[in-house]
Design a binder for this molecule. Structure first.
Ligand code: ADP
Ligand code: GN1
Ligand code: MG
Length: 365
């Protein structure tokens, strides 16, 4: 439900803010939550207000508890390392006046964090930024690698479980609720051809050869803040999906987003290809940090990360299109189909470049 300015200010008033705030305006372009920037009387952006999509994150208590554990853990690590300027290096969420981690206004769940000053995010990256991003996500996983098993819940159960995503896809195909199946049958066939080969992680896990670790699970380029002056990464943001899962998520999703020469919803498929310079830079940065904690089995799997996450996203967009757009926010009726086609084009490009990717990763070890 859309909120008036007065209602938004009233929501903000439920939180322990240090300053008087006067406006909350839309910010960012996520597909799931609603994000607003909040300004003070001088017109400075001070806070970020988010409405949590509780149809997707159904357990808001677990979600906010996970985020609390992760941000406190990172803060402690940064303090131990003797870092300064810590409020710009980890998100700081503010409690409500009655000490809760979120506010429920009767229909929506809200949270507030500090806006990170003198920072910027990118929708597209250069190889230099990509290298920084690789190091930052490698660091992020390293810092979280000693959170004891069982501490964090799965905020979306089986979020990056490929077998589960294929089950949802098969259910959509069988039910065909929006009558769109005929139009996408070639894409359905392409998904089926690759299905078995894309479920390696789940099989290895069942056989006891792969463990779960704490992943970010949404390592899109715009989910990290860079320092406005130095272009070094300050902070990893968008922590809703930080949860136990398989290791390929955090290399794969960056390659899927950062190393795409086109847009995620590009209508011109000629624009969409994998940018190998971005891939190499990210992988080099990531490996520098992640080498220390990766097991030999995980290292063997890495070259397959970009392919897997691009395939998974193709499956998820297509499932949503077949279901009649019930999950992702769309801007026009064919949006999920356009996203599916662009994602599939990217997958084909990643497949073509797989031998080159394998060779490069081997050279980083
Ligand atoms: P979404 O779920 O909508 O992707 P994000 O948490 O990623 O939400 O926020 C969207 C955008 O808002 C980010 O890409 C970033 O540019 C900006 N942003 C979010 N949180 C902050 C923050 N604490 N400080 C500065 N900018 C932020
Ligand atoms: C969603 O919230 P946002 O837009 O960063 C989605 C990701 C997808 C992505 C596709 C909770 O991320 O998993 O990869 O869209 N998040 C959730 O662009 O489903
Ligand atoms: Mg985001």
């Amino acid at each position: 439900m859309a909120k008036t300015k007065e209602q938004l200010l009233n929501i903000l008033d439920q939180f322990q803010l240090d300053e008087k705030v006067v406006s909350a305006e839309p910010f960012g372009n996520g597909h799931i939550n609603d994000t607003l920037k909040v300004t003070n009387e001088k017109g400075e952006i001070k806070y970020v207000l988010q409405r949590i999509n509780h149809l997707i994150f159904t357990n808001v208590d677990m979600l906010q508890n996970n985020i609390h554990v992760v941000t406190t853990h990172i803060r402690k690590k940064l303090e131990e390392k003797g870092e300064t300027d810590i409020d710009r290096k980890v998100l700081t969420f503010l409690p409500t006046k009655d000490g809760k981690k979120y506010y429920f206004d009767g229909d929506s769940y809200w949270r507030v964090c500090l806006f990170i000053p003198r920072s910027k995010s990118y929708e597209e990256v250069t190889p230099e930024l990509s290298y920084e991003a690789g190091k930052a996500f490698g660091d992020f996983q390293t810092m979280l690698s000693d959170i004891p098993e069982g501490t964090l819940g799965e905020t979306i159960p089986d979020f990056h479980n490929m077998e589960f995503r294929l089950r949802q896809f098969h259910e959509a195909v069988a039910a065909n609720p929006a009558g769109r199946l005929e139009e996408v049958k070639d894409l359905v066939e392409e998904i089926e051809k690759r299905a078995e080969a894309m479920c390696i992680q789940e099989r290895l896990y069942r056989e006891g050869q792969l463990k779960k670790r704490t992943n970010h699970c949404d390592t899109k380029v715009n989910n990290m803040m860079f320092d406005a002056d130095s272009d070094k990464v300050l902070c990893v943001i968008d922590l809703d999906t930080v949860m136990p899962g398989f290791v390929l998520s955090d290399i794969g999703d960056f390659i899927r987003t950062g190393a795409n020469t086109g847009a995620e919803d590009d209508e011109n498929l000629d624009n969409v290809n994998v940018n190998m310079e971005i891939f190499k830079a990210y992988t080099r940065g990531y490996m520098e940090k992640a080498k220390a904690f990766l097991t030999p089995t995980e290292i063997k799997l890495l070259p397959y990360g970009g392919r897997l996450l691009t395939y998974m996203q193709t499956v998820r967009f297509l499932t949503d299109y077949i279901n009649g757009d019930t999950y992702y926010k769309i801007q026009y009726p064919e949006h999920n189909l356009v996203r599916t086609k662009a994602q599939f084009k990217l997958l084909q490009s990643v497949e073509e470049h797989t031998p080159e990717m394998q060779k490069f990763i081997a050279s980083c070890i």
